[in-house]
Ligand binder design. Structure first.
Ligand SMILES: Cc1cc2nc3c(=O)[nH]c(=O)nc-3n(C[C@H](O)[C@H](O)[C@H](O)COP(=O)(O)O)c2cc1C
Length: 360
């Protein structure tokens, strides 16, 4: 359907909703307009080619965030959104009927103002502790089925920073992740419609140049990592330093283990409310999902890489994450990240224009 044929209220809702976050800015969704108050949302995942999209769960979190954002955006149009997932579609192609219902009493949700403003901050943040009011607002945002578990203080931040630092060695040395990084970074830019611009990755310019050159070929990456510790500068800049320079790390944890697709979709909705509420509070978030993903591979005994050392390191890291979670079931944890105040990033991912997200 051409853009000009879309009812204006649907256009405004979807135009806002497309700002939901997704892993590597893949935007695994498309919209099909079925009527003036009816949109069919197609939700995809990238498990076939992305080592991070284990069982499509990170994409399902993103689709959940999109659905939450649609509901929030509907409130600005005096509508509620009734969302139901169609049964019996392949796990890799979810379908959601979204029906908008005019509701004159509905007021715009205060989180709407932060949908476009919310952004990843991968660089160092302030170590100023979160206030009790901020934590209360963040904990309330996720609803009764979830808890936010905090890792604060220098000792806990160090443990998380070190875990992320060691985990990043896996990320930066396996060929399976190299293939992903090559396709998701847009080099030499501050903004990207469908990728991560290199300036938003979080490394300094010299390291960015080095990474760009190295990633031109897997043999260069392998050689540099083996003989010249090529993985060290990005691990220090992306994991160790900002892992310490933040107010807190956190886990968004469900009260029951996440088992079904719907559990991940619901958790994605909670994740987006948490992230928007953080933005409202003047805080930034950086997801730290790969320790969670590699530890799940380890628990499931899945060989995610042909490199034995990486598989062994994932087993060790998984036990370390268990120790940090101190008895909490890792299968309950939907989202791991760090948070803190600080300046806005000067580079960010944009989104595909709505016309490119429409499906016939
Ligand atoms: C489920 C999920 C997992 C993510 N995991 C990571 C991650 O492990 N590391 C990272 O740097 N960013 C991660 N991100 C952030 C995305 O890359 C980011 O949201 C996307 O590029 C869009 O950028 P924006 O949030 O600044 O608009 C994740 C986002 C989502 C929704």
């Amino acid at each position: 359907m051409p853009l000009q044929n879309i009812p204006p209220h649907l256009e405004r809702i979807l135009d806002l909703a497309r700002w939901a976050p997704s892993g590597d800015n893949t935007q695994p969704w498309r919209f099909e307009i079925l009527g003036p108050e009816h949109v069919l949302v197609h939700g995809f995942d990238t498990r076939a080619h992305c080592v991070y999209d284990l069982d499509g769960h990170p994409s399902q979190l993103a689709v959940g965030a999109l659905l939450e954002t649609i509901s929030l955006a509907a409130s600005t149009e005096g509508r509620t959104a009734a969302i139901s997932r169609r049964p019996d579609t392949p796990d890799t192609h979810l379908l959601f009927d979204v029906r908008f219902n005019p509701a004159p009493d509905v007021r715009p949700d205060p989180l709407v103002a932060y949908i476009e403003k919310r952004v990843v901050q991968r660089r160092a943040m302030s170590t100023r502790p979160l206030t009790a009011e901020q934590k209360t607002a963040l904990e309330a945002a996720v609803g009764n089925s979830y808890k936010v578990v905090w890792f604060e203080g220098l000792g806990q931040r160090w443990r998380m920073a070190k875990l992320c630092f060691d985990n990043a060695r896996i990320r930066l040395t396996i060929p399976e992740a190299y293939a992903v990084h090559r396709s998701v970074i847009e080099w030499g830019t501050r903004f990207s419609e469908d990728k991560i611009p290199s300036r938003a990755v979080g490394v300094d310019l010299a390291t960015e140049q080095l990474m760009r050159w190295l990633m031109g070929s897997w043999r260069r990456v392998e050689f540099f990592n083996k003989w010249l510790s090529g993985d060290l500068p990005p691990r220090i800049q992306l994991d160790l330093v900002p892992g310490l320079a933040c107010a807190a790390h956190f886990a968004l944890s469900a009260k029951r283990p996440l088992r079904q697709i719907d559990d991940y979709l619901a958790a994605g909705r909670a994740m987006q409310r948490l992230w928007l509420t953080a933005t409202l509070q003047g805080l930034h978030i950086q997801p730290e999902m790969t320790p969670l993903i590699f530890s799940r591979y380890a628990r499931m005994g899945v060989r995610f890489s042909k490199l034995n050392a990486a598989v062994a390191q994932a087993n060790v890291n998984s036990r370390r994450l268990d120790a940090i979670l101190a008895g909490k079931d890792p299968e309950c944890v939907a989202f791991l990240g760090r948070m803190g105040a600080g300046r806005e990033p000067n580079a960010r991912s944009l989104r595909l224009p709505l016309r490119k997200l429409l499906q016939r």
